[in-house]
Ligand binder design. Structure first.
Ligand SMILES: NC(=O)c1ccc[n+]([C@@H]2O[C@H](COP(=O)([O-])OP(=O)(O)OC[C@H]3O[C@@H](n4cnc5c(N)ncnc54)[C@H](O)[C@@H]3O)[C@@H](O)[C@H]2O)c1
Length: 263
């Protein structure tokens, strides 16, 4: 089979990512399965005729292997699905160990930022799309996992704030926010959820929403996926404006707030 473009899926060896890999392949893309679990990534890639990369998304230097691989492939990158993620399942931050905290931030936030830094130039060349698997935990309070919620809120803020810059380069940026999904990530919580018959989102439904954004057929910036209904674009409420007797002027697109390290 000859492919016209490539797609990269992080966390592509399991759950939602694995199904995204399958669906994108069915759409005729060459898919690169990038995962920290090398053996499973190879197995998934072999299954669909794609390629596998062993990648820790939170390691900025490791992303060089992805850009090198893209060069070798010689295909334009039309879609990047930054999907790798981990939950902590810990309600009390006083009990959380630092490595667990650092890993959550590294995978869920650094992994997205480093992925965009590595891939935006390639996506720009192909006028492609970057899609982040966020979560309802990025839009709502999650008392059973506040740090997970923080990381997912972080990527939602990034998508909303960075999308205009990427749009000017011809690159789409989207976040898909599923409710609880029927995947291995649920771990020991699965039993409790089954007991109360909590409706879970089906993996193929989340994957279809990610793929629609990746192919440009869903232009939404932030999409909610709940069980039993089609994906919905999420609308954020306005915040109250100031009361100064004057109309607040729109902020300029570029405003050099803060200071940089070394300056
Ligand atoms: N399962 C849910 O209920 C649910 C709900 C909303 C959002 N999500 C999000 O969906 C995404 C996929 O989760 P899933 O449910 O398919 O879980 P999963 O555990 O089945 O898959 C996660 C994948 O990420 C990989 N991974 C973990 N750390 C990595 C790293 N440092 N570098 C590269 N790969 C790494 C794992 O090896 C695994 O293959 C995550 O971002 C998760 O936060 C999941």
């Amino acid at each position: 089979m000859s492919f016209r473009t490539a797609a990269l899926v992080t966390g592509g060896a399991s759950g939602i990512g694995r199904e995204v890999v399958r669906q994108l392949t069915n759409h005729g893309l060459h898919v690169i399965v990038a995962d920290i679990d090398r053996d499973r990534a190879i197995a998934v890639a072999d299954d669909i005729g794609g390629t596998a990369i062993s990648l820790d998304v939170g390691d900025p230097d490791a992303w060089r292997s992805v850009t090198d691989h893209l060069k070798e492939l010689g295909l334009p990158l039309s879609a990047a699905i930054l999907n790798a993620g981990v939950a902590l399942g810990q309600a009390e931050i006083l009990d959380m160990d630092l490595p667990t905290y650092r890993r959550a931030w590294s995978v869920n936030v650094d992994g997205v930022v480093f992925g965009l830094r590595a891939l935006v130039p390639q996506l720009e060349a192909a006028r492609g799309h970057a899609v982040i698997t966020a979560s309802l935990a990025g839009l709502t309070a999650v008392p059973f996992d506040p740090v997970y919620a923080m990381t997912k809120h972080a990527v939602i803020g990034l998508v909303r704030s960075y999308a205009p810059t990427l749009a000017a380069k011809g690159v789409g940026l989207h976040a898909v926010c599923p409710g609880l999904v029927d995947s291995a990530m649920l771990g020991a919580a699965r039993e409790a959820l089954d007991r109360i018959e909590f409706p879970l989102v089906k993996i193929p439904d989340v994957a279809a929403s990610l793929v629609a954004c990746a192919l440009g057929t869903d232009p939404s910036e932030v999409v909610v996926v709940q069980p039993g209904r089609p994906p919905l674009p999420y609308r954020f409420a306005d915040v109250p404006g100031g009361r100064t007797g004057k109309t607040m002027p729109p902020l300029p697109a570029l405003l050099p707030i803060g200071t940089r390290c070394g300056s």
